[in-house]
Design a protein around this ligand. Structure first.
Ligand code: PRT
Ligand code: ZN
Length: 286
């Protein structure tokens, strides 16, 4: 029988769309309409299970799913015996402690003896223990940000992204205790055949991610500036240099990372680059 890999994806929520987009960008076709619980790919041996994110680490540990996509926060909280295959770079957020805006705060000692509401009791417990803080943890499953306002707790520990939820609830962020992004997780006892499918999938994911982190750059420059420009654009091996129809000029093609992009463009203009074109890269294999 042909081996089929099972992936658990969040059914609906903040991880769903980006998870499915990543799989589509890997060239894997499937249908996920109609709120189905399961689906299969038509061109890759992959079966999808659509679940609540809270259940994904457990299902991957049990082998109901072979791999899954979850936030690192959920994975750390559930503390299952699973493997992180790779970080996926989306759904970035942090787990932070926050208190009412008007309360004084100097350091973590100020939370000693206080009550803290959270949906992440395990991560919070270990953070407090590491810092020798005794606090009463109230585990609640949602709307944590309203806890101080209704008198349930004096502080909260919750996921923060833009910070606007804290702000609109009269709270201020005082400590970041955990940083998170989406990760691909896997069962630790996959068969060799399934591991091979995971390798094929992560090879494609790497190509998509590397493509996103880089841009293709084309520019024109006078030949006497080529050396300086090449120093600024090392490229994958070295840049391509092609002569222009106009004598004394060349076209230079290379790859540039997203992080250093604006600084490099500035430097390139300063040394005489003209007609700079930047093109997105769909996939990049190093
Ligand atoms: O139904 P299911 O259990 O599957 O989903 P869920 O409601 O538990 O999770 P969901 O979809 O809200 O989030 C899934 C994952 O996305 C989380 O586990 C995090 O890893 C990640 N993530 C990224 C976030 C956020 N950003 C985020 N902003 N998860 C939650 N939030 C919430 C936070 O709880 C708070 O209420 O957004 C609010 C804060 O956002 P800002 O922008 O106002 O700071
Ligand atoms: Zn959840």
């Amino acid at each position: 029988m042909n081996t089929i890999l099972r992936i658990a994806i969040q059914k609906s929520g903040r991880l769903s769309e980006s998870s499915l987009n990543l799989i589509k960008e890997c060239g894997i076709r499937f249908s996920n309409g109609g709120g189905k619980l399961k689906s299969s790919s038509t061109n890759f041996p992959l079966e999808f299970l659509f679940l609540r994110d809270d259940d994904i680490p457990g299902y991957v540990e049990d082998g109901v799913a072979d791999i899954g996509i979850v936030g690192e926060n959920e994975m750390a909280e559930k503390n299952k015996d699973i493997e992180v295959v790779k970080k996926l770079g989306f759904s970035k957020c942090r787990l932070s402690l926050a208190i009412p805006k008007s309360d004084d705060y100097n350091d973590i000692q100020d939370l000693d003896g206080k009550s803290i509401a959270t949906s992440y009791p395990n991560i919070l417990k270990s953070y407090l223990a590491k810092n020798n803080i005794q606090a009463e943890i109230h585990e609640i499953s949602g709307s944590v940000e309203i806890a101080p306002g209704i008198g349930l707790a004096e502080a909260i520990c919750d996921i923060v992204s833009s910070g606007s939820t804290l702000l609109s609830n009269g709270l201020k962020e005082v400590e970041t205790i955990f940083k998170s992004e989406a990760v691909l997780i896997a069962n630790k006892t996959l068969t060799r055949e399934k591991q091979e499918l995971v390798n094929q999938l992560t090879f494609r994911m790497d190509a998509v991610q590397t493509g996103k982190n880089n841009k293709y750059i084309l520019l024109n420059a006078p030949n006497d500036k080529l050396e300086e420009i090449i120093k600024l654009l090392p490229g994958m091996k070295s840049p391509t240099v092609l002569p222009l129809a106009r004598s004394g000029w060349s076209s230079i093609h290379s790859v540039i990372t997203e992080d250093e992009f604006w600084e490099r463009i500035q430097n390139l203009r300063e040394v005489g680059a003209q007609g700079i074109l930047i093109v997105p890269i769909e996939k990049m294999i190093l």
